[in-house]
Design a protein around this ligand. Structure first.
Ligand SMILES: Cc1cc2nc3c(=O)[nH]c(=O)nc-3n(C[C@H](O)[C@H](O)[C@H](O)COP(=O)(O)OP(=O)(O)OC[C@H]3O[C@@H](n4cnc5c(N)ncnc54)[C@H](O)[C@@H]3O)c2cc1C
Length: 382
């Protein structure tokens, strides 16, 4: 019996770990990814703002050594969801169960002027490059902007804006700078009014300009202005963008997607093809695109596969629950707890912001790296 998992991000790593824990060498799990390793989304910001370095936050896939799991470093070039056959540049894999966890691809080149006149902080190389750019920045108008929806980790642009503010303050550049955020959402975190209020209060306190309900459509590098979705223009000296997100082209070509993403049963994560599941950012399941949700979805798929292989049943369905840690600057962290139940209004609560929550955030990373890669890791405290 072979389980083929495409993508070793939050979803794929959790799923392969759960299957290995359950079956060990009795199951043939093939985990395929084209990358050299895994980087937490929040680690991108840690490197960008100089809290740690790039080597420390890269978790190499060579370290995924688990009973029953074979990691294959390869690019997926075709997926046949009917036959459950996957083509890669390292050969073809036939599956009894196929799980697509390939995430969202990022396309900064799709926003006119973004690459010529600004920077993006969502890809690993983009965020890492910004470390030197910020280091050399002498102050001015910093504009953080989202260029399209949907986008990963909806709190991340607000978090980045607060960290930019902190960074400028620490360098004595805040007085001669302006910090602004353009976001498509009406409030920073719509499912959590409490968190949104805390973020908006923090913006006001720090003199950060907040432009809700708009997107950045283009940059004009010659005039140094960002053109917004309502036609307004905002001047900038340093633009930090969230690029266009799309399902990987190989997923779209497979016929798995509708309206750009893979539709799944929101309770079971099954696609319309028998024996084929999809989890995480590549789906349109209804939760935000964030690692904690991809991970929660992986636990449901693991339970379904385990039940089938054990000739039993499971009542483990997806509950849309996730916890997110958000930096407010000044080493203060907020913990946002949100649940997106199918058909109900999402509900969220807030703890902090508080310096004591730094330990919780650090444990979140440490526990996952221990489980997924079998190694000790201490986040940015190293
Ligand atoms: C700045 C920032 C901060 C964030 N902070 C948080 C946070 O605090 N908490 C949180 O929960 N989430 C956070 N996120 C979001 C989180 O990183 C993603 O939502 C999460 O990684 C999605 O998991 P996934 O398993 O769906 O996909 P991914 O983790 O993106 O994994 C997909 C994998 O598929 C591989 N792949 C893609 N195409 C191919 C192909 N053709 N062939 C082979 N392999 C392929 C990729 O290499 C990748 O490893 C943040 C994101 C950003 C950008």
């Amino acid at each position: 019996m072979r389980i083929v998992i495409l993508g070793a991000g939050f979803g794929g790593l959790e799923l392969s770990t759960l299957l290995s824990e359950e079956f060990g060498d009795d199951l043939d799990v093939v985990l395929i990814d084209k990358g050299e390793g895994f980087v937490f989304g929040f680690s991108k910001l840690d490197v960008m703002f100089g809290y740690t370095d790039a080597a420390h936050v890269l978790h190499r896939f060579d370290d995924v050594v688990k009973p029953g799991v074979r990691f294959v470093r390869a690019e997926v070039t075709a997926i046949d969801p009917v036959a459950k056959v996957v083509s890669t540049d390292a050969g073809t894999f036939e599956a009894d169960f196929l799980v697509v966890a390939l995430g969202a691809d990022l396309h900064p080149q799709d926003t006119p002027g973004l690459l010529e006149g600004g920077y993006e902080f969502y890809t690993v190389p983009g965020a890492f490059e910004l470390r030197d750019v910020l280091d050399q920045f002498e102050g001015g108008r910093v504009l953080v902007g989202v260029t399209s929806t949907p986008f990963k980790c909806p709190p991340a642009p607000s978090e980045t804006t607060l960290l930019v503010n902190d960074f400028l303050q620490a360098r004595g550049l805040r007085e001669r700078s302006e910090v602004s955020l353009v976001m498509p959402l009406p409030v920073p975190i719509p499912p959590s009014p409490q968190a949104s209020e805390a973020i908006l209060a923090a913006f006001e306190q720090r003199g950060i300009n907040w432009h809700p309900g708009k997107l950045v459509r283009a940059l004009d590098p010659d005039r140094k202005v960002a053109v917004l979705s309502d036609g307004d223009e905002l001047p900038y000296d340093l633009f930090l963008g969230v690029p266009v997100h799309r399902a990987p082209a190989v997923v779209v070509a497979s016929g798995l997607t509708e309206d750009g993403w893979i539709p799944v049963d929101p309770l079971t994560l099954q696609t319309k093809f028998a024996g084929v599941y999809a989890v995480g950012d590549v789906t349109s399941v209804g939760t935000p695109k964030a690692g904690v949700f991809a991970e929660g979805q992986a636990t449901v798929v693991a339970a379904a596969i385990i039940a089938t292989l054990r000739n039993s049943t499971t009542d483990h369905t997806y509950d849309g629950h996730g916890i997110c840690y958000m930096e407010f600057g000044g080493h203060e962290i907020a913990k946002i707890d949100v649940t997106f139940l199918s058909g109900a209004r999402p509900a969220g609560s807030l703890e902090g912001p508080d310096a004591n929550l730094a330990a919780d955030k650090s444990a979140f990373g440490t526990e996952r790296i221990q489980r997924w890669f079998g190694k000790a890791w201490t986040g940015i405290d190293a």
